[in-house]
Design a binder for this molecule. Structure first.
Ligand code: KIV
Length: 275
C-alpha cells in the first residue's frame, strides 16, 4: 500500500517506527521501495553523493526536479519527499510555493522538505495552503554549513536546545507533517519527539525519534568522502563494486569476456555475401 502523510501520522499515534532512506535515481528507488522502507527522500545530499560537490549549496531546482522524477517512477509504495534546495524558498512565500509546486508537478514528489525553524513558518504555511505536505528539518541543517562554521552537532547548550524544541513546535503549528532531526544529542531528540504530535525522523540523533533516515551510500559503504559516525554500514557494497569493476577490467583485457554465451549468432550462411 502506498505510504502517505496519513501513514506517517498513524505511525506516530500507534508508536510504530518509520524508516526512510535517500535515493536519487530509478534503480535505487525501486530497490528501496521493494525493501518496504516507508519513505524515500530525494535529498539535496545528491550534490555531494551524485554530483561530487563539497556541500549541498550548489544544488539547483533543475537538479532536484530531474532526480525526483526518476525516483518517483521507482517508488510504488514509499512516500517520496523532495528536498527544496538552498535559495529555492528563502526569498518569498510565492517563490517557495512555486518551487514546491515544481517538485510535485514536474518531479512527482508527494511532499517537500525545508531546512530551518520558526523563521520559515510563513513559507511552510503558504506551501501547505497549496496542498503540498511539508517536512521540516532541524539541528544540523547542511544548507547552513557556512553559518555553523562546519558540519557540527547542534543543540549542545541549554539555549540552543530550547530553540530546537521551540522550532519543532513552530513547524508543527505551521502545518509540517514530520520533522527531520539531524545530529542533535539523543536526549534532546527524545524531548523534541515527546513535545510534538508529528513524527520525528532522526539522523545521528539517537533511538528516541519516531523514525530514522540515512543516506543510502553511507549505509551501503559506498561513499568515503565523508564518513559520519552515526552512519552504520549495513553492507560493504562499495568494496563489492570496486572488485566487480576490477574483475570486468581484467576479463576484458585477458579476452575471457565476452564468452560465447554472451554473444549472438545467425544461421551459418547469413554473412556469406557480406564484405
Ligand atoms: O539531503 C539529505 O539527504 C538530507 C538527509 C540527510 C536528512 O537532508
Amino acid at each position: 500500500m502506498k505510504n502517505t502523510v496519513s501513514t506517517f501520522a498513524k505511525a506516530k499515534k500507534d508508536g510504530a517506527r518509520l524508516s526512510m532512506l535517500t535515493a536519487y535515481d530509478y534503480t535505487t528507488a525501486s530497490l528501496v521501495d521493494a525493501a518496504g522502507v516507508n519513505g524515500i527522500l530525494v535529498g539535496d545530499s545528491l550534490g555531494m553523493t551524485m554530483l561530487g560537490l563539497p556541500d549541498t549549496l550548489g544544488v539547483t531546482m533543475d537538479d532536484m526536479v530531474h532526480h525526483t522524477r526518476a525516483v518517483a517512477r521507482g517508488a510504488k509504495e514509499a512516500l517520496v519527499v523532495a528536498d527544496m534546495p538552498f535559495m529555492s524558498y528563502h526569498l518569498s512565500c510565492a517563490q517557495a510555493t512555486e518551487n514546491a509546486g515544481r517538485l510535485v508537478k514536474e518531479g512527482g514528489a508527494q511532499a517537500v522538505k525545508i531546512e530551518g525553524g520558526a523563521q520559515f513558518t510563513p513559507e511552510i504555511e503558504a506551501i501547505t495552503r497549496a496542498s503540498i505536505p511539508v517536512m521540516g528539518h532541524l539541528g544540523l541543517t547542511p544548507q547552513s554549513v557556512n553559518a555553523f562554521g562546519g558540519f557540527k552537532v547542534q543543540g549542545k547548550s541549554t539555549a540552543a536546545a530550547q530553540r530546537i524544541v521551540d522550532d519543532a513546535r513552530a513547524l508543527e503549528a505551521a502545518g509540517a507533517f514530520a520533522v527531520v532531526l539531524e545530529c542533535i544529542p539523543a536526549e534532546l531528540a527524545r524531548i523534541v519527539t515527546d513535545a510534538v504530535g508529528i513524527p520525528t525522523i532522526g539522523i545521528g540523533s539517537g533511538a528516541g525519534c519516531d523514525g530514522q533516515i540515512l543516506v543510502y551510500q553511507d549505509m551501503l559503504g559506498m561513499f568515503d568522502d565523508l564518513t559520519p559516525k552515526f552512519a552504520r554500514r549495513f553492507a560493504e557494497v562499495g568494496a563489492l563494486m570496486k572488485q566487480a569493476f576490477a574483475d570486468y577490467d581484467a576479463c576484458v583485457k585477458d579476452g575471457s569476456f565476452p564468452a560465447p554465451e554472451h554473444t549472438f549468432a545467425a544461421p551459418a550462411d547469413t554473412f556469406d555475401g557480406v564484405k
